[in-house]
Structure formats: structure tokens, C-alpha cells
Design a protein around this ligand. Structure first.
Ligand SMILES: Cc1cc2nc3c(=O)[nH]c(=O)nc-3n(C[C@H](O)[C@H](O)[C@H](O)COP(=O)(O)OP(=O)(O)OC[C@H]3O[C@@H](n4cnc5c(N)ncnc54)[C@H](O)[C@@H]3O)c2cc1C
Length: 411
């Protein structure tokens, strides 16, 4: 796709969106569908953030489990949030369909139990989602049934969710950008936007210009930096890494992933993988909590892949990359509004392909006067990381290391 020029001079718009990932682009597209005039500013290129770098899994529900959500918000709101999670997957599919986005859309996710105890938890989850929410897309697979679908090693059972989707994340975000531009969203790349005041007006200042708007939407997620300091302590950027193998030979493809599912395990530092259309294994695993990526991402992630697929010992790893995941303490996204003019949604905690897309839809509805869905998402209590913006790292690193150590212990 061609590059969009940086903003030079002054623009006026109904809404100025900051950030060209799923949140920003989906907001912009849904606002255009309602007739709003929209300017979108992206500091780098559209899709440069997590939206162009992720694993492409489009999971159902919310990132936090429904039993926890019920405790936090009560049964009725939990039901609404579950439904929003299903609507999020539908919204992704509808956008792909409406705007003819060619992004390798596939179906089904296999969630594999990495420890014996996790297999029981998956069975309990199935029972809970069927009985309380009437969700009928799940089946529990024994290790023998898992072995028919994949040669992945070391698992104790799995939950197959036929309602999940998967896709090529960069093709999806570039498709959204193309559609937004075709629908009349004015996109500026290489343009870092800064809200002039904290929500007291709709002015956004850039290096070479400014935008005067009624509303400003922040879709910067883990790349927010110090842009709006009062939001920074609500999320934590964590680096997560992905590799792509060479195209697998035809005899290995059905062994590794017979039905072209997305797959993930139940570890705290999750491993997740799927095949690309050209037969590569796209494998995500390993994270770090520093400001830097490991020097050699391919070497960093490969052992995680070999633990699960030892038969890929001689398979070449051709690409490796990383990106920042914006996590919250309870793994539920952080939706809110500052003053009259500034709206935000962030902290999708590794579940943003559907949820950030949905956030855009809900932000557009809220700006248009229907805050039902937005308010429901915003009603989930969010907690600031202990230590706020300055001191959140040491506590988080200790916590993360504790949980990743627990991954290595049996249970
Ligand atoms: C390695 C990895 C794997 C993942 N795997 C999955 C997965 O399989 N499934 C899933 O559901 N989720 C996954 N996620 C999470 C998902 O990618 C994110 O939740 C989602 O992309 C967030 O979208 P976003 O638009 O909010 O943020 P981003 O896509 O990060 O976009 C934010 C944009 O804002 C821009 N920006 C920041 N500041 C400014 C500014 N001042 N002015 C202008 N622009 C600015 C940035 O340049 C960036 O492009 C993964 C994330 C990573 C990193």
C-alpha cells in the first residue's frame, strides 16, 4: 500500500483519531459509516504497532475468564460482556466481508492443556460456558483426539472452539486502512499527535500542524508512552515475540496442523501458533520485560517451538519479530473518557484482534450518542499498576518472573 503523507498545516474534523492500528482504524471506519468527518494520525506507518505484528488469533469472549468477570461485575453485566466478545469476532468478519479484505481468514482454535490440572480447568470452562451462556461451539478433546489434529507434544487434552477465527494480522490492518481511506478518512502517517490539553478541547498538535476536532480518540495502546500520563499507569507494555519458519514440506503440514486451526497453550507465558497461507508455521512464544528486544529473536523463540514440535529440528526459521502487548492487571481492557473531548480504549492484553476492532465500533457508537456498549466495557474495574507510571516495572518484572517460573513446574 502507498504511504500516506504527513500532516502539514491545519485540519478541522468532527473527530481526530490518534493511532493507526485496529482501535484507531476501526473507530475511523465506524465513524465514517455514521457520516462523521475523520482525520487519523499515525506516528509511523499504519499497522506499525501490535496490529501489524501479532499472531492473528481471533478468540471468542473476553481475555479474562467469565467466572472472574462474574465476580467483578455480577452475572448480568458478565453476560453482556460475553456477548460483546462474540460480537467482536463477528465485527472482524463483517469488516473483512464488507470491505473485501483478503487476509487469510480461517476458523477454529485449539486451546491445549500444558499441565494435567489445566485439562480439568478446560473441561470446567466448557461446562460453565455451555450451561450459563448456552455457548455450543466448544468440544473437549482427549490427548488421543488431539494427536489426530496435531503432532504437538506434551499436552493433556484441549478445548476446540469452532467460534474462533484466525487471520493474517498485517493484511487485515492494511485492509482496514485502505477501506478507511476509500471511505474518506484523511490518514496522515509519520505524524505524531499530541492532545493539546487533557480533554478540555479537541485540539491535537503535531510537529508541522494541528487538528481542530470536537472529539479526540486515543488508539495508541502499548505505544502510548508518556502522551497522556494519567493513563500510562493503567497498562504495561510487554514485549512478545514471533517467528516464521520456511514453508513446511507437504508431508509435514497435515501432521503439524491437519485442519488449519489456530493453536495456543494454557501457560502464563503463552505459546501460540498457526499456519500461514504459504505453509509457514507462525509461532509466538517468549516475552521480555525490558525496554529492548533480544538480539536474535529467532534463536530466542525457536526453543519454545521445538519443545512442542521437536520434529521441526531441521526446519529453517526465516523471520523473527516482536511487538509490545499492552496488558492490564485484570486482563480486561481499559475504556474511558477524559473531560468532554478525549476518549480512549487500551490494554487489550493479547486479545486485541477482536477486542480492539470492537473497541473502535463502541467508541464510534459512544461519540454518536449511544454509550451502552462503551459504558459496559468501561464498567469493569481497572486497577493501576502498583507504583503507577514510574515504579511499575520492578513489581511487574518480579510478578511475571514468578508466573513464568510456575509455567516450568508441573501441576
Ligand atoms: C507479538 C504480539 C502477538 C499478539 N498476538 C495476538 C493474537 O494472536 N490475537 C490477539 O487478539 N491479539 C494479539 N496481540 C495483541 C494485539 O495485537 C493488540 O491488542 C492490538 O493490535 C492493539 O491494537 P491497537 O490499535 O490498540 O494498538 P497498535 O496496533 O499497537 O496501534 C497503536 C498505534 O498508535 C501509534 N501511535 C502511538 N502514539 C502515537 C501518537 N502520539 N501519534 C500518532 N500515532 C501514535 C503507534 O505508532 C501504533 O501504530 C498480540 C500483540 C503482539 C505484540
Amino acid at each position: 500500500m502507498h504511504a500516506f503523507a504527513p500532516l502539514k498545516g491545519e485540519e478541522t474534523a468532527d473527530v481526530c483519531v490518534i493511532g493507526g492500528g485496529y482501535t484507531g482504524l476501526s473507530t475511523a471506519l465506524h465513524l465514517r459509516q455514521k457520516g462523521y468527518d475523520v482525520v487519523l494520525l499515525e506516528a509511523e506507518r499504519v499497522g506499525w504497532g501490535a496490529s501489524g505484528r501479532n499472531g492473528g488469533h481471533v478468540g471468542t469472549g473476553q481475555r479474562a475468564d467469565q467466572s472472574s468477570i462474574e465476580k467483578w461485575v455480577g452475572a448480568e453485566a458478565a453476560r453482556g460482556l460475553w456477548q460483546l466478545g462474540l460480537d467482536a469476532v463477528d465485527t472482524v468478519c463483517q469488516l473483512i466481508d464488507t470491505y473485501h479484505i483478503d487476509c487469510e481468514l480461517g476458523s477454529g482454535n485449539l486451546h491445549l492443556a500444558a499441565k494435567p490440572g489445566h485439562a480439568h480447568e478446560l473441561q470446567d470452562e466448557l461446562e460453565h460456558l455451555e450451561s450459563i451462556y448456552g455457548y455450543q461451539q466448544l468440544s473437549y478433546l482427549t490427548p488421543e483426539a488431539v494427536a489426530e489434529l496435531t503432532s504437538a507434544q506434551g499436552f493433556h487434552g484441549a478445548l476446540l472452539d469452532a467460534g474462533c477465527r484466525h487471520l493474517h494480522p498485517l493484511k487485515y490492518v492494511l485492509g482496514l486502512a485502505r477501506a478507511a481511506a476509500e471511505q474518506g478518512v484523511r490518514i496522515y502517517e509519520g505524524t505524531c499527535g499530541r492532545p493539546a490539553t487533557s480533554g478540555q478541547s479537541g485540539e491535537v498538535v503535531t510537529a508541522q500542524g494541528r487538528v481542530i476536532a470536537k472529539h479526540v480518540v486515543l488508539g495508541c495502546n502499548a505505544y502510548l508512552g508518556k502522551l497522556v500520563p494519567q493513563l500510562a499507569g493503567n497498562i504495561m507494555p510487554i514485549n512478545n515475540f514471533v517467528i516464521a519458519t520456511e514453508p513446511l514440506p507437504s508431508h509435514l503440514l497435515p501432521r503439524v496442523n491437519r485442519d488449519n486451526l489456530s493453536m495456543s497453550d494454557t501457560l502464563f507465558v503463552i505459546n501460540y501458533w498457526k499456519l500461514s497461507q504459504d505453509g509457514r508455521l507462525i509461532f509466538g512464544g517468549g516475552e521480555n520485560y525490558s525496554s529492548r528486544f533480544p538480539r536474535d529473536i529467532k534463536t530466542f523463540v525457536r526453543p519454545h517451538m521445538l519443545n512442542i514440535y521437536p520434529e521441526l529440528e531441521h526446519t529453517e526459521i526465516e523471520y523473527g519479530w516482536g511487538g509490545a502487548v499492552g496488558i492490564t492487571l485484570n486482563r480486561m481492557p481499559d475504556f474511558g473518557r477524559i473531560g468532554e473531548h478525549l476518549w480512549y480504549a487500551q490494554g487489550f492484553s493479547g486479545h486485541g484482534v477482536p477486542t480492539a476492532t470492537m473497541a473502535g465500533k463502541l467508541l464510534a457508537e459512544a461519540i454518536d450518542g449511544d454509550t451502552t456498549g462503551f459504558d459496559l466495557m468501561a464498567s469493569v474495574p481497572t486497577h493501576r499498576f502498583p507504583g503507577g507510571t514510574l515504579l511499575r516495572w520492578p513489581g511487574l518484572v518480579a510478578g511475571m518472573l514468578f508466573y513464568s517460573l510456575r509455567d516450568k513446574l508441573g501441576r
